[in-house]
Ligand binder design. Structure first.
Ligand code: NAP
Length: 277
């Protein structure tokens, strides 16, 4: 077994965060997990007394994040692995969805994750080691009508992760953007924020997508425990990937997207090249 590490995982009340916390605890690691209420904190700590350490944190409470990380570093120990998992999906046609819904989506999925990284990096950089995992999505590569704000946030986190990986590699810090396909979590259930419908023009396109997502929730292809084990394997690697897809659905859809993108670039190559000089 690899030596015991200290993990800091945001959003361990359910889904990927809970599964990863459980698997990391079972592998002998210490897990600090963030939750948003006292009951969830008690439930989390009951998983493994003294090894599962709960902290209350909403990742959009940006001004409290530095203090939470400083307290952990002082009282629990050096954070070896930060996992930015907390996030949710906004569903709604762009024209129907208030701009404020986009701000909230980016506050949690992007700004929250970046704030966590900025709070943790000074310690990791000083130690010249550490691993940051950002849970993005196959929606950080592929798109579908009705989730523009969500895909936008995950594309953003993919890009930010890739840049950060280049910036901190010289310090021995790895960054992995983990892009899952569809998994059986609370993502499309209790956690999803759905904008109300208002423009009938979009019914034909969007209604079947919303209905299919509702029907599929709970029966998705992916098993979060297997995702957790895959993430632990990436963490244990001496050369972890910058981008890691999880699930055969993600692999197929993202591969198709990349090849379609290549085809489109090729079809328009002459026009593209015409602007040089
Ligand atoms: P989930 O079961 O709904 O878990 C989401 C977790 O994030 C919960 O612990 C939730 O806490 C927490 N959270 C949400 N907003 C937060 C905030 N403002 N501050 C702190 N914690 C917050 O869904 P999940 O699928 O495991 O989601 C985890 C990550 O995976 C998300 O980033 C999601 O976008 C991504 N993802 C999921 C799928 C999928 O198919 N499931 C696919 C690709 C990517 P509460 O319990 O307090 O709400």
């Amino acid at each position: 077994m690899s030596s015991s590490k200290i993990f800091l995982i945001t959003g361990v009340s359910s889904g990927f965060g809970r599964a990863l916390a459980q698997e990391a605890l079972a592998a002998g690691h210490v897990v600090v997990g963030t939750v948003r209420n006292e009951q969830a904190r008690r439930e989390f700590e009951a998983l493994a007394p003294a090894k599962a350490v709960g902290r209350l944190l909403d990742v959009t409470d940006f001004t409290t994040i530095d203090g939470v990380v400083a307290e952990l570093e002082a009282n629990v120990g050096p954070v070896d692995v930060l996992v930015n998992n907390a996030g949710y999906g906004h569903e709604g046609v762009l024209e129907e969805s208030p701009l404020d819904d986009m701000r909230k989506q980016f506050d949690v999925n992007v700004f929250g994750a970046v704030a966590m990284m900025k709070a943790t990096l000074p310690y990791m950089r000083r130690r010249r080691r550490g691993h940051i995992l950002n849970i993005t999505s196959m929606g950080g590569f592929i798109t579908l009508p009705g989730i523009a704000y969500y895909c936008g946030s995950k594309f953003a986190l993919e890009g930010i992760s890739e840049v950060l990986a280049k910036e901190v590699k010289p310090f021995g810090i790895a960054v992995t953007a983990v892009a899952p396909g569809s998994f059986r979590t609370d993502w499309a259930g209790r956690s999803m924020v759905r904008s109300p419908r208002s423009i009938a023009d979009y019914d034909a396109l969007f209604d079947p997508i919303r209905k299919a997502r509702e029907e599929k929730s709970g029966n998705q292809l992916g098993d979060p425990i297997k995702a957790a084990r895959a993430m632990l394997a990436a963490i244990a690697s001496d050369t972890p990937p910058v981008h890691l897809l999880l699930g055969s659905d993600a692999l197929e859809l993202v591969r198709n997207k990349l090849s379609a993108l290549g085809e489109e670039f090729k079809a328009w190559e002459t026009l593209t090249r015409s602007t040089d000089g």
